[in-house]
Design a binder for this molecule. Sequence first.
Ligand code: ADP
Ligand code: AMP
Length: 217
Amino acid sequence: MDVILFGPPGAGKGTQAGVVSGLLAVPHVSTGDIFRKHLKQGTALGQLARSFMDKGALVPDEVVVDIVASRLDEADAGGGALFDGFPRTVRQAELLAQRLSELGRSVDGVLNLVVADEVVVGRLSGRRTCMGCGATYHVSFNPPSTLGVCDRCGGEVVQRKDDEEETVRARIETYHRETRPVLAWLREHSAVVDINADQSIDAVEAELRAGLAAMGG
Ligand code: ADP
Ligand code: AMP
């Protein structure tokens, strides 16, 4: 199945993606994670992406869509994918639909994490991310067992540059201006299940499990 995990930055997509992709038995495809991997490796793509990410702006559609198309060509994505942080513009949604249709597939469902801006600001500014494996934590809601150390891989847990307050505001504005309209487009083309993401991590997971079951996943 091809499923989109949709929602504003900080809604909890990355936190829930492991469980959802495990249930669907498809890889978790996060465009943000792909860009951060390139940044860490110092590639030209990473440099390009950084100039947009640091401002809270979107990386141009052609760049993002090429990356996703290559990812879909990898063997593990042959039976579907869980998209996180993509599509973020209507153009990306159209190009994804086109690419999937070339592969004889389509978007089977959308899990839409619904949460208010004030909640998202608190989540993003308290988010901490592992430099090693990308796992995310929150200083209050989901801290690592040892301050600054990743439970999963022992890597260093730090604040992402784009989680600093000024950039967080810009990212939320970008979301409302460019990404929210994608939801209306998705509602016209796929089954969208709305999930109340303003609950504990466990309660959100339970709603996602029910949502997936409802969409046949
Ligand atoms: P996204 O991938 O949608 O940008 P994340 O999954 O990284 O968001 O979550 C953003 C921050 O909020 C992280 O610090 C995470 O630990 C925390 N978080 C995620 N879900 C919840 C929740 N249901 N309640 C409280 N904090 C949460
Ligand atoms: P995320 O990890 O999803 O919060 O993404 C971090 C940043 O990467 C975003 O603020 C954008 O600058 C960039 N990015 C990630 N995914 C996309 C996308 N689908 N389209 C454009 N930019 C993206």
